[in-house]
Write a protein that binds this ligand. Structure first.
Ligand code: SAM
Length: 228
């Protein structure tokens, strides 16, 4: 069976970070489902690709899926891209993939950029077992999640917005311990990429000095079980 929906990861900052196959697929499909047609438009322009862009984001996802599935059933081929990185990783994608599987439509996700992998590797924290937490809940469920994570032994990975970074680091310090080792990756693959490592309280103090800008991944060491 031939693939009809391609999930295509796109750069998280550096436009060179897209695979040759990703570019070929974007050229070959009938249309591209894009989280933000303007952002994807810039990428396509950079690579001289002219293709129909169809908005597909968290606010129209449920409705849009019905139409996409019927076009794929008619034999069309499509690519799904998000603003940056791999679709379905803290981005729309999961619902469409699930529906395609249900409908017997062949789906294929290309390997490619995603922010948490370079952040994890840059951290120097154990990468053999980890949990990807994405964004912590902002309000409801936040304390419950943090309490559960206090016992987590695997390396933990979080996405966070710059204006919440210090608050989150201080809360993580409260729940997981002030000395817990962590690493912050900011603006990965971009001109001002920064990777800062230290205890949660050291990191909170570092980023509290001036307003934080850019995109952030937090990697935190798991709880160490000291056996007697
Ligand atoms: N789908 C994306 C992926 O595969 O990583 C994630 C999309 S999510 C809406 C956006 C979050 O990813 C940002 O708030 C930040 O936490 C992280 N992120 C994306 N690009 C980044 C970058 N260049 N440097 C650091 N973090 C980044």
């Amino acid at each position: 069976m031939e693939t009809q929906l391609f999930i295509v990861p796109t750069p998280i900052g550096n436009l060179e970070d897209i695979t040759l196959r990703g570019l070929r697929i974007l050229r070959e499909v009938d249309f591209i489902l894009a989280e933000d047609t303007r952002t994807t438009g810039h990428l396509l322009k950079h690579y001289d690709i002219v293709k129909k862009l169809v908005p597909h984001h968290q606010f129209n996802e449920h409705k849009a899926i019905v139409n996409v599935i019927s076009r794929l059933k008619e034999g069309a081929k499509a690519a799904l891209v998000s603003d940056a990185g791999t679709p379905a990783i803290s981005d729309p994608g999961y619902l469409l993939v699930r529906e395609c599987i249900k409908e017997g439509i062949q789906v294929e996700c290309l390997p490619g950029p995603t922010a948490f992998v370079p952040a994890l590797v840059n951290s120097g924290i154990a990468a053999d077992h980890f949990v990807f937490e994405g964004f912590l809940p902002h309000k409801k469920g936040r304390h419950t999640r943090l309490s559960v994570l206090a016992e987590e032994e695997k390396t933990m990975i979080f996405y966070e917005s710059p204006h919440r970074l210090v608050k989150t680091l201080l809360q993580l310090a409260d729940y997981l311990g002030a000395d817990r080792y962590a690493s912050i990756s900011r603006e990965l693959t971009k001109l001002f990429e920064e990777n800062v490592r230290g205890s949660l309280t050291e990191l909170a103090a570092h980023f509290d000095k001036k307003p934080v800008k850019g995109e952030i991944v937090i990697v935190v060491e798991g709880k160490m079980n000291v056996k007697a």
